[in-house]
Design a protein around this ligand. Structure first.
Ligand code: COA
Length: 368
């Protein structure tokens, strides 16, 4: 409302349906259940790529399957900051803090570069692994430059070099988590860098956005639900009772996908080929069958299919990560997409500054 005339410009709460950027990075086709990175199908990238090759594809547009990227060093200032955090700090808070301190040590200047994108993507796994060890009373482990980023992260987390199958499974998870269009955290990163701020600030803001439960998802809740079901015979009754109570089935439904999430399809294959899958994987598959059938029965008007979180849970648990590290591990993967969007935004920058419709009082005098 204003004194003059009503503001009739369109308003879309949550910016739903608003085109707020052009991108050549990721294409999310919700109707057909397709996800493409620079035109390449996610399933093909998982089968034939590695996370460093996929990240490089996003940053540069070049497909170089042999491209390597090891985890990066931990500046002393970051180590000091991580050691000063309370032991029960959330891994996402620790990661956001680490990236902030890292940025302060890098002298990052505008415009952001692919080298900066590589550096922050390589730094963060070291920081998260260091935090996880410090909180359990262990010393951080130096990066091993002979290992690629994902096996390097697992090595710095556990002190053991992972076997190929384990490293490959987590690498697949990193590939499917790398990019997903103009989601909230990616948009936050683009907004920040559009002010000509630096790439570390953009990644800190993106981590903050991803931390929210509406975005970061909760594969850990999938684990809890599957444990509650207990056995395949109880699946049908549990699904019906959960829906009768008005609760949601974790790992189903999506704002964009109306078809089976292609990331879930890729991760299901990975979960099934794990050398040490969690013992509840077979139960999860049984629950999925029942859930899809009952959701279709209850919601004939809206396709509610399996989403990425459902099979992220067994993959992450199967490679030995504890559920409280799941969201921050997702953030490590999404660094590739965030930073690629930062580069894309900076290459053709316009300050992102939408309008708000004013709904407050008309002009008036202060009370005397
Ligand atoms: N279980 C049961 N019912 C579900 C459901 C689920 N997982 N997801 C959606 N629905 C139902 C809603 O209850 C709603 O029914 P109603 O119209 O009778 O109230 C209808 O489907 C539409 O839901 P809506 O909340 O409008 O969909 P959305 O696009 O806003 O939600 C999610 C998308 C992902 C937030 C939602 O599907 C969800 O909460 N899923 C579970 C959590 C999850 O797996 N998150 C990870 C996402 S990657």
């Amino acid at each position: 409302m204003t004194d003059d005339k009503p503001d009739i410009r369109p308003y879309s709460p949550g910016l739903e349906g608003v085109i707020a950027a052009e991108t050549s990075l990721g294409y999310v086709d919700g109707v057909a259940g397709r996800l493409l990175y620079r035109g390449y199908r996610i399933g093909d990238l998982v089968e034939r790529g590695t996370f460093p090759a996929v990240a490089n594809l996003l940053w540069t547009g070049d497909w170089r399957p042999g491209h390597r990227l090891a985890t990066g060093p931990l500046p002393d200032a970051v180590l000091t900051a991580l050691r000063s955090l309370p032991g029960d700090a959330k891994p996402m808070d620790a990661l956001r803090t680490a990236v902030s301190v890292w940025g302060a040590t890098q002298g990052l200047a505008w415009p952001p570069t692919p080298e900066q994108a590589r550096a922050v993507t390589a730094f963060s796994p070291t920081a998260l692994a260091a935090f996880a060890r410090i909180r359990s009373g262990e010393d951080p482990i130096e990066p091993d430059p002979s290992l690629d980023l994902v096996p390097g992260f697992l090595y710095q987390l556990t002190g053991r070099r992972p076997d190929d199958g384990t490293a490959r499974a987590l690498d697949a998870y990193f590939i499917v988590g790398a990019e997903h269009g103009l989601n909230a955290s990616t948009f936050a990163a683009r907004v920040i860098v559009s002010t000509r701020s630096d790439i570390a600030s953009a990644v800190c803001g993106a981590i903050g956005a991803l931390k929210g439960p509406l975005h970061g998802g909760a594969p850990s809740e999938v684990v809890e639900q599957i444990h509650t079901v207990g056995s395949p015979e109880r699946a049908e009754q549990w699904v019906r009772e959960t829906l009768d109570r008005g609760e949601r089935l974790m790992g189903f439904g999506h704002r964009v996908y109306r078809a089976y999430d292609p990331r879930a399809a890729a991760l299901r294959k990975v979960a099934e080929s794990l050398q040490h899958p969690p013992e509840w994987l077979a139960l999860a598959i049984a629950v999925e069958d029942v859930a899809l059938r009952v959701l279709a029965e209850r919601h004939p008007e809206r396709a509610l299919k399996t989403n990425v979180e459902f099979y992220a849970a067994p993959v992450l648990q199967g490679v030995g990560l504890t559920p409280d590290l799941f969201p921050a591990t997702f953030a490590l993967a999404r660094h590739a997409g965030w930073t690629a969007h930062v580069l894309e935004q900076a290459a053709d920058n316009r300050l992102i500054r939408p309008d708000a419709r004013y709904t407050g009082p008309a002009e008036r005098d202060l009370p005397t």
